[in-house]
Design a protein around this ligand. Structure first.
Ligand SMILES: Nc1ncnc2c1ncn2[C@@H]1O[C@H](COP(=O)(O)OP(=O)(O)OP(=O)(O)O)[C@@H](O)[C@H]1O
Length: 360
């Protein structure tokens, strides 16, 4: 048992030094092979510079726990998954849900928490930017990630490239791009020691190609927050703001049914504009009064003169900012249906299928 614990200790030291040396590896030391890799690299963020952690994300506790278990632990401690043959780290997860619910934040936090570089790829821009050369770009996503390893590839708006065929006449360029993606994706799945994961995000999972859905067996719904969760998100967003006594975040939460995290942020930004507006107005009044009375102009007010946020600021902001996805919209209905059929924990999902696809 002594030998075992020594081996265990060595493995730990090895994996820790591996983690720290790779996270310290500067992005500028990465050798790129072509313009596609170079273009992608310019958007890569080093783990210490991402600046989003799980603590910055309100609510979504289940999604965070699943991501920790499936992605972060395997990326940080690959040695735990190298022993047998059964447990393989997850290589890809689909995050789906209405816009503005925190999918991008989650992907960034995953990269931060696992000390991985973050590669943000907007799938909708590939086709337009690299017209006719999309497949080279797709190939570069994977080859660059492998050089950056550990790395998180975030594929935003994944439906725009890997969507269902709209009609039989799929453009040749799109077909080649999809094929290239599948080939590289299969390659990633077979490389057990490659510390690269794909987080794909979409607001329209029902538009995804079946083949893509099958290859992302873990599908996490990132849903709109309920009232208690809205209160948690508001607390986070407002943690550095001065609030007057009369502000009840519970009431703000209860009047924002259907708001996404992003809508709540907009609401708070709008509310925070009012004290500044009031300050400028006060300054203007004092100035005019001084001029009328023939006094010298008063000094400008400072940040210390900004009044705290009041409940009426939130009420007025509420009249200006509304939920961006109405709860009774077609998009919401389709999302919930899709979640029932394909999503993790969906009611029509068989537990057997879930178990076998837990790790890929
Ligand atoms: N759960 C949350 N906690 C704190 N802030 C949040 C949360 N969800 C969203 N936000 C705020 O909304 C902004 C947008 O969120 P984010 O970009 O992660 O959403 P998204 O789901 O990726 O949206 P889209 O589908 O439109 O790309 C964030 O920068 C953050 O300010």
């Amino acid at each position: 048992s002594n030998r075992k614990s020594l081996k265990h200790g060595l493995e730990r030291i090895q994996s820790e030094s591996m983690a720290s040396s790779s996270s310290k590896k500067a992005l500028k030391d990465v050798v790129t092979e072509n313009e596609f890799e170079r273009s992608l690299l310019s958007n890569v963020i080093a783990p210490h510079e991402i600046g989003v952690t799980f603590d910055d994300i309100g609510a979504l506790e289940c999604v965070k726990d699943t991501l920790k278990e499936l992605i972060i632990t395997p990326l940080k401690r690959p040695e735990l998954f190298s022993k047998g043959q059964l447990l393989k780290p997850a290589k890809g997860i689909l995050l789906f849900g209405p816009p503005g619910t925190g999918k991008t934040m989650l992907a960034k936090a995953v990269a931060t928490e696992s000390g991985a570089s973050f590669m943000n790829v907007s799938m909708s821009s590939i086709a337009s930017k690299w017209f006719g050369e999309g497949e080279k770009y797709v190939k570069a996503i994977f080859s660059l990630a492998s050089k950056l390893s550990p790395a998180v590839i975030f594929l935003d708006e994944v439906d725009s490239m890997l969507g269902k065929r709209q009609n039989r006449e799929e453009p040749e360029t799109t077909r080649r791009m999809k094929n290239e993606f599948m080939v590289n994706w299969e390659g990633l799945l077979t490389k057990d020691d490659e510390r690269v994961v794909v987080l794909a995000a979409t607001n329209r999972p029902y538009d995804l190609d079946e083949a893509v859905i099958r290859r992302l067996p873990r599908r996490l719904m990132v849903n709109l927050p309920n009232a208690p969760n809205r209160e948690r998100i508001l607390k986070l967003i407002l943690s550095k703001e001065a609030l007057a006594e009369d502000v009840s975040l519970e009431s703000v939460a209860s009047m924002t049914d259907g708001y996404s995290g992003s809508d709540l942020k907009n609401l708070c930004v709008t509310a925070a504009g009012r004290p500044i507006h009031d300050l400028l107005e006060r300054e203007q009044k004092e100035k005019s009064l001084a001029i009328i009375e023939g006094r010298p102009e008063p000094a400008l007010l400072t940040a210390d003169d900004i009044r705290p946020l009041r409940m009426d600021d939130f009420k007025s902001a509420h009249d200006q900012v509304c939920a961006s996805v109405p709860l009774d919209s077609e998009n919401m209905r389709e999302l919930i249906q899709w979640h029932d059929q394909y999503g993790d924990g969906g009611s029509r999902r068989k537990s057997k299928e879930q178990a076998s696809s837990y790790y890929m």
